[in-house]
Write a new protein. Structure first.
Ligand SMILES: [Fe+2]
Length: 325
């Protein structure tokens, strides 16, 4: 039986929740410092449920984290996609209201540099039957999100704190919905981008849809099902995890300086070490779309410390929000 992320959200399935392997702010060798990112994913800001207040409270929490012994509490915010509640199914007015809300809260409540990846809910109008969009609009698809994020392309990379950080666009059209993957042009760009990074420079990759996750397996197991040979079988949606994971694994095997991949999308907390890479899915600022905790995951965000020695620490922090009507 196939399952969708929406059905998982309805079911409130708990994710794989693991304690941080290393406390944020301290490397395995006990050294402090490094470059600190707050990873805020799946914000889903909307006019309802006082989500703008919730986001403002989250941003205030990030900017008041305890001092690390010099420098700001956090160096940068990276948003992990699904910035707004949804514009894939929304008309122009509803999309405009949500993007205006995001920009206002960010302007009024955030003094940090913000970098963003595109989530499926940030893509305007692909579900044409519901959005009423023709596809000819200049802001159709990812263009509106790119405009909001101040970029020409929905993917990017940059260097900070001795690390190379890659922001991927993992959402591509499938019928009137989406699938998790990169297209040929982005694969070409990514391979050239990593080839240009010195081997001694650690790399952090950020995508919306996880490049690898065990959560779809757990959700499929909860759903039951059987294969044609009578043995139990899983059918996993390509909307839940990157369908091109194998190509990532082969690429990362050629670039052992890729240390970790951050994601969102599933609204769960998950930490996997696989093939020498850490895959960290970091919950959701909105938890279960602002309605309350999603399974075992509360409203929160992750603090990521990137150390000079190529190690990193990841710690999920709640910010004290509870669901509002
Ligand atoms: Fe989401």
């Amino acid at each position: 039986m196939g399952i969708t992320r929406r059905s998982m959200l309805r079911a409130g399935l708990a994710g794989v929740i693991a304690a941080p392997l290393v406390p944020a702010g301290e490397s395995p060798a006990g050294r402090r410092g490094g470059f600190r990112i707050a990873h805020l994913t799946d914000i889903h800001v909307q006019p309802e449920r006082e989500s703008a207040k919730g986001l403002a409270q989250c941003l205030a929490h990030v900017q008041s984290l305890p001092d690390r012994g010099g420098g700001p509490p956090v160096d940068m915010i990276v948003t992990g996609g699904d910035t707004i509640m949804d514009c894939m199914e929304a008309g122009r007015d509803r999309a405009q209201v949500q993007w205006d809300l995001w920009r206002k809260v960010k302007t009024d409540h955030c003094s940090l540099e913000v970098k963003s990846v595109v989530g499926n809910h940030d893509v305007w109008g692909w579900t044409k039957a519901k959005s009423g969009v023709t596809g000819a609009e200049p802001l159709y698809g990812k263009q509106w999100a790119c405009e909001q994020f101040g970029r020409q392309l929905p993917y990017d990379s940059f260097d900070r704190g001795g690390w190379h950080i890659v922001l991927l666009d993992s959402v591509f059209p499938h019928e009137q919905s989406y699938v998790g993957k990169l297209d040929d042009a982005q694969w070409d760009w990514l391979e050239r981008d990593l080839a240009a990074v010195p081997t001694a420079t650690p790399v952090l990759v950020v995508s919306h849809i996880p490049i690898l996750s065990v959560h779809p397996l757990a959700a499929a197991a909860a759903n039951g099902g059987a294969g044609s040979d009578g043995k139990p079988a899983f059918s996993l949606s390509g909307g839940l995890v990157h369908v091109d994971h194998d190509r990532f694994q082969r690429l990362f095997a050629r670039h052992r300086n890729v240390k970790a991949c951050l994601s969102g999308h599933l609204h769960i907390i998950e930490q996997i070490d696989y093939g020498g890479v850490r895959y960290l899915c970091n919950g959701a600022v909105s938890a279960g779309w602002w309605k309350g905790p999603h399974g075992g995951t509360d409203f929160g965000y992750a603090v990521i410390d990137l150390f000079d020695d190529g190690t990193l620490a990841c710690d999920y922090r709640t910010y004290g929000w509870t669901a509002r009507g």
